[in-house]
Design a protein around this ligand. Structure first.
Ligand code: 4NP
Length: 156
């Protein structure tokens, strides 16, 4: 079982979109049984169980990405122990995750787009208003991450 946790700031825009995009990708390849996939945020108010942002839900609907009801939650030190991959959307997420879970001694924390040939941050649509851009960056990152896992598996 490969356990993957997507993390952003608010856990209402980017990381839930990544969670459901990646769930669909593994489902389409018949690999769902081999994964546990969730998302979380770093912001202080994430445990208020906020809904996924309306525009994130609309984006997923328009791309036919299935999703369930989602409530935000804040990442906690247990998540670091439990998950194999903690996939952040941007550099500031990485810093925040490290301070919330107490470092990254096992090298589990990565920036999602660092698996692509064009490493970069995924901009926050909460501030940019551009959900389309964030969605396509997430798709690119999830595809590259899955290819990385499949390659690692074949090589091993
Ligand atoms: P996300 O976007 O990190 O992609 O979920 C944000 C959502 C909410 C806030 C910040 C970023 N906020 O400050 O409430």
């Amino acid at each position: 079982m490969i356990k993957v946790l997507f993390v952003c700031l608010g856990n209402i825009c980017r990381s839930p979109m990544a969670e459901f995009v990646f769930k669909q990708m593994v489902e389409e390849r018949g690999l769902s049984e081999r994964f546990e996939i969730d998302s979380a945020g770093t912001n202080y108010d994430c445990d208020e169980r906020n809904f996924m942002h309306y525009s994130a839900r609309e984006m997923l609907k328009s791309m036919h990405v299935p999703f369930e009801e989602h409530y935000s939650r804040r990442i906690r030190p247990n998540d670091y122990t439990y998950y194999d991959y903690i996939l952040a959307m941007d550099d500031s997420n990485i810093e925040d995750i490290q301070s919330l879970v107490g470092g990254d001694t096992e090298h589990k924390i990565h920036r999602l787009l660092d698996f692509t040939s064009n490493p970069r941050n995924i901009r926050d649509p909460w501030y940019t208003g551009n959900f389309d851009e964030s969605y396509w960056d997430i798709v690119e990152g999830c595809q590259a991450f899955l290819e990385h896992l499949l390659k690692e598996n074949n090589d091993g």
